[in-house]
Design a protein around this ligand. Structure first.
Ligand code: GDP
Length: 275
């Protein structure tokens, strides 16, 4: 089902002000996205294995101590949680310019088949189909980057048809827990993987404990979202890629999972950009 978007925006001269982030809505099923009260704005999703440090990274980026932990409150852990971010226009003119989306964690060893299927339909489907999604920050523990569960997630992204305009950012978290050499090795491993991927992919070390890499994360996140406004569609004046999808690009027939092939259906092509 198609739904009119709340407010469309043309190219903006302003940048996202992450510290303005406010909880907007949660969505438990992909099919419900079309009816969610979300404006047609670029989205940046944070994903990661459970305990990788995703919530801590979002909280640090937004300078809100418990923002993303609201995604961990009972009932919300298996939902897509949207946080609206305002731009940095003069105060009277500020408006929402983007969403940060906190996705359910994955990689629990004892996940049952039903939970797994649900995660695939919701998170896999969102990563694969969501047109408003401009990029993903993949949070991985610097001591264990690029595990099979992370690769499954990457495989979902690799099947998008807009990869040239899509960004993946690998955030190697808890860098304070590794020495210099181990940190460099983790970075090198992730960079090698990034070079193989078909979408522009960047990699950085990050520590919430000593704030290492926070500026780089903030700049990269802003850049990904601003690129969402880069091209205007000539016919509609709306940002390219949004014109065909009124709200946000859930499946038009509202059938979230059934038409969605599993990860690996299209193998990643040769790499285009390492960092
Ligand atoms: P999530 O499940 O991916 O959202 O992970 P959390 O953000 O809840 O973090 C999991 C655990 O790792 C918590 O105990 C955090 O305090 C800890 N943690 C997160 N980031 C860092 C970091 O940069 N350094 C260290 N040493 N611990 C961290």
């Amino acid at each position: 089902m198609r739904t009119a978007y709340v407010r469309a925006k043309a190219a903006v001269p302003y940048s996202p002000r992450f510290e303005s982030a406010e909880f907007a809505t949660s969505v438990a099923e992909l099919g419900a996205l079309a009816d969610a009260p979300l404006a047609l704005l670029p989205e940046l999703a944070f994903v990661g294995r459970s305990n990788a440090g995703k919530s801590t990274a979002i909280n640090l980026l937004t300078q809100r101590r418990r923002l993303a932990f609201s995604s961990k409150t009972p009932g919300r852990t298996q939902m897509l949680n949207f946080f609206a971010v305002q731009d940095d226009a003069p105060p009277a003119q500020r408006q929402a310019c983007a969403y940060v989306v906190d996705l359910p964690g994955y990689g629990f060893a004892k996940t049952d088949a039903q939970t797994r299927a649900r995660w695939d339909a919701l998170v896999g489907g969102y990563l694969y189909e969501r047109q408003s999604l401009r990029g993903v920050v993949l949070v991985m523990d610097a001591r264990r980057p690029c595990l099979p569960a992370d690769e499954e997630l990457i495989a979902w992204i690799c099947r998008r048809d807009d990869l040239e305009h899509f960004r993946l950012h690998m955030l190697l978290s808890k860098a304070d827990q590794v020495g210099t050499m181990e940190g460099r090795a983790a970075l090198a491993l992730a960079e090698r993987r990034a070079e193989e991927l078909p979408m522009p992919t960047s990699v950085q070390l990050f520590s919430a404990l000593d704030r290492r890499g926070l500026d780089e994360l903030r700049e990269t996140a802003a850049q990904i979202l601003e690129e969402g406004f880069d091209d205007e569609d000539e016919d509609t004046g709306k940002p390219e890629g949004h014109a065909a999808a009124p709200v946000a690009g859930g499946p038009e027939d509202g059938d979230a999972g059934s038409g969605t092939p599993g990860p690996g259906a299209r193998a990643p092509g040769p790499g285009k950009m390492g960092r």
